[in-house]
Design a protein around this ligand. Structure first.
Ligand SMILES: [Zn+2]
Ligand SMILES: [Zn+2]
Ligand SMILES: [Zn+2]
Length: 163
């Protein structure tokens, strides 16, 4: 199932702009990263930092720390979203607000078995969230919400009951 349709040219432009912003110089790794992230944006597939590093390393001798640092910057610049699963797996996905269609604020549904991530355009009542935070003496700067469970495929392939 494909729930995320990104426009490749637009993604490339946004990525170029962010790379310049974070001071990533025009180089082989930058070009390779553009290609890989463009491809991942089209599929909407989640990936681990090590998976990306492995793919980059095959064509370019880029260091692991560099890849991790770049991913962190891309999350900060709202190009990538990161989703943490209950088993500790952390996946990145090219669906940050900056590159999501219409720069749409969204959340994720995440399958704790197969690690599938689905975009959830629904958001909770922001007034209610602010009230909850206010009651605890907090001023909200943002939020990220991930709902975990089993996707349809995993439900049919398992005898475990889901609650
Ligand atoms: Zn997202
Ligand atoms: Zn699943
Ligand atoms: Zn929200």
């Amino acid at each position: 199932m494909k729930d995320f349709e990104a426009e490749p040219h637009w993604i490339a432009e946004e990525l170029e702009a962010v790379f310049t912003q974070i001071g990533q110089r025009q180089s082989g790794p930058r070009q390779l990263l553009l290609e890989l992230l463009g491809e991942l944006a089209r599929t909407g597939q989640g990936f681990t930092a090590d998976e990306l590093w492995t793919r980059m390393r095959q064509k370019d001798g880029v260091g692991r720390a560099t890849v991790f640092r770049t991913l962190k910057s891309l999350v900060e610049h709202e190009v990538l979203d990161q989703v943490e699963f209950p088993d500790g797996t952390r996946l990145y996905r090219v669906c940050g607000e900056r590159v999501a269609p219409g720069h749409a604020h969204h959340h994720h549904l995440a399958c704790s078995q197969c690690h599938k991530i689905v975009t959830l355009t629904y958001c909770f009542d922001s007034a209610a969230l602010e009230q909850i935070a206010h009651n605890a003496g907090f001023q909200i700067a943002g939020h990220s919400i991930t709902l975990y469970g089993l996707c349809q495929d995993c439900q049919t392939g398992t005898v475990r009951s889901v609650t």
